[in-house]
Unconditional design. Structure first.
Length: 134
């Protein structure tokens, strides 16, 4: 596993996912001052927020501080990456963390992303996501 997050960060992300269990969340994990910080990419229908979130994401990529992507599924979904998730993961060099809203278990799914430096390049379907307990 390339990325480890603290129990406190995992609990925070779970709380954000549980806030509105009928909707999915998206966020980024950024390394700041040696700590991994979670930022929810929620725009709330506000264009200024959406622009700020896009800038935060791009800034973290440019500054090489982006360490992971966070996603959640609604409470009626499964704790599994969907086909749409996997279609995006296959192009991502960043780890993905999937949370499930109202999940009674303190767990999330983890996928390392694609290692573009490996030879030969491994397809996403060859990698099995890990279930991580926090």
């Amino acid at each position: 596993m390339k990325l480890k997050i603290s129990s406190a960060t995992a609990k925070l992300i779970q709380e954000v996912a549980d806030k509105d269990p009928e909707k999915e969340i998206a966020g980024i994990l950024v390394k700041e001052n040696g700590n991994v910080i979670f930022y929810e990419l929620e725009d709330g229908g506000n264009e200024k927020n959406a622009i700020f979130n896009a800038e935060r994401y791009l800034e973290s990529v440019l500054n090489d501080t982006l360490v992971g992507l966070v996603h959640s599924h609604t409470k009626t979904s499964e704790m599994a990456f969907s086909e749409q998730d996997l279609a995006q993961i296959q192009f991502s060099p960043y780890p993905w963390l999937l949370f499930l809203a109202n999940n009674p278990e303190p767990t999330y799914l983890y996928h390392d992303g694609v290692d573009y430096e490996s030879d030969p390049l491994r397809a996403f379907s060859e990698k099995v996501p890990q279930c991580v307990r926090y």
